[in-house]
Design a protein around this ligand. Structure first.
Ligand code: HEC
Length: 120
């Protein structure tokens, strides 16, 4: 259901169950759903990044080397991700095509990415 391998289940199951509960609560409470701008960002990221990265709250990355976006965690806070999205992302990894976001798109994308992180 969560797309994880059976071997990993025992260790991660309690966490996943907790998460499932949390997100069920979050999703049912109005105000915690994605707003229109976050949905636009998700669509943009699905388009540009979705062939390698898992963009949403669940699912595996199509490219096993590419971390799921919901796992970035602290990176979204420690590094200036907004700036990196505007500068283009080729610096990150040779496999990654160059993307340039407008300042507005970059800020919106990071806002979306922060909203899907597992522990915040
Ligand atoms: C062609 C496949 C591909 C596409 C398309 C792609 N990525 Fe990646 N990305 C990767 C791979 C592979 C890695 C892992 C690189 C590594 O850790 O060496 C990665 C890593 C990253 C990282 C982590 C870098 C870090 O600081 O550790 C970020 C952030 C990222 N990608 C953002 C994006 C965004 C945003 C998009 C869309 C605009 C995107 N990627 C599109 C393949 C891709």
């Amino acid at each position: 259901m969560f797309g994880i391998k059976t071997a990993a289940l025992p260790a991660t199951l309690p966490r996943l169950l907790g998460l499932a509960l949390l997100s069920a609560v979050a999703w049912s409470a109005s105000g915690h759903e994605l707003d229109a701008e976050q949905k636009r960002s998700r669509a943009l990221l699905e388009n540009l990044c979705g062939r390698c990265h898992a963009v949403g709250k669940t699912g595996q990355s199509p490219n096993p080397l590419a971390p799921p976006f919901r796992a970035f965690g602290e990176k979204l806070y420690d590094t200036d991700m907004v700036q990196r999205l505007q500068d283009g992302l080729t610096t990150i990894h040779p496999d990654m095509p160059t993307f340039r976001f407008s300042r507005y798109e970059a800020a919106a994308a990071v806002n979306y990415l922060r909203s899907i992180q597992r522990s915040r």
